[in-house]
Design a protein around this ligand. Structure first.
Ligand code: ZN
Length: 179
């Protein structure tokens, strides 16, 4: 099945999240969208390059740019693992938060703030749109053996989206990150 339309919706959700976050944090809808260091991780983790035609997207490393970070479960673990519990969670934002907690000097790396915020909002918007925008829901814990039912899967995705946004909010409240 083509990822084009699903990718387009994920892209729209990411843009909406970025605009809303800009209004909320900076009273400026385009404040974050105009920063390329924010935009690249936002797109990579929400929709990726969904517009690349399928015949190119299946080849080599390009497929990792065609599918967003949470959907790499298909590429790394196979189609039976789609909506894997780890990739469809706030794992990446929480890991980034944990990393800067343990190694505070990471915050001094140029563009660290916009990059981590991009991953937080991108992951959050992806999980949110997976929750509300798709008809089938199944969070896979162990392929062919254990998956969450529809209701708990929706809740799991929503909780991941909220957690990702909260981590983004926490980063934005740190003064020296320039967010
Ligand atoms: Zn997904």
């Amino acid at each position: 099945m083509s990822y084009l339309f699903s990718g387009l919706w994920h892209f729209a959700a990411a843009m909406a999240f970025a605009v809303a976050f800009g209004v909320f944090a900076r009273a400026d809808p385009t404040f974050y969208l105009l920063q390329i260091a924010f935009l690249i991780p936002l797109v990579l983790s929400s929709s990726a390059l969904f517009f690349v035609p399928e015949r190119y997207a299946k080849k080599g490393a390009l497929k990792f740019l065609h599918y967003p970070l949470p959907d790499w479960d298909v590429l790394l673990l196979g189609p039976a693992s789609h909506r894997n519990w780890l990739t469809h969670s706030a794992f990446v934002p929480l890991s980034l938060l944990g990393a800067v907690w343990k190694w505070p000097h990471l915050a001094h790396i140029p563009y660290f703030g916009p990059v981590v915020l991009g991953f937080c909002l991108g992951t959050g918007s992806h999980l949110f749109w997976d929750c509300v925008g798709s008809q089938r829901h199944k969070i896979v814990v162990v392929p062919y053996w254990f998956a969450l039912r529809e209701g708990p899967s929706r809740l799991y995705l929503l909780a991941g989206a909220v957690a990702s946004l909260c981590v983004g909010g926490a980063f934005a409240s740190v003064q020296n990150l320039g967010l």
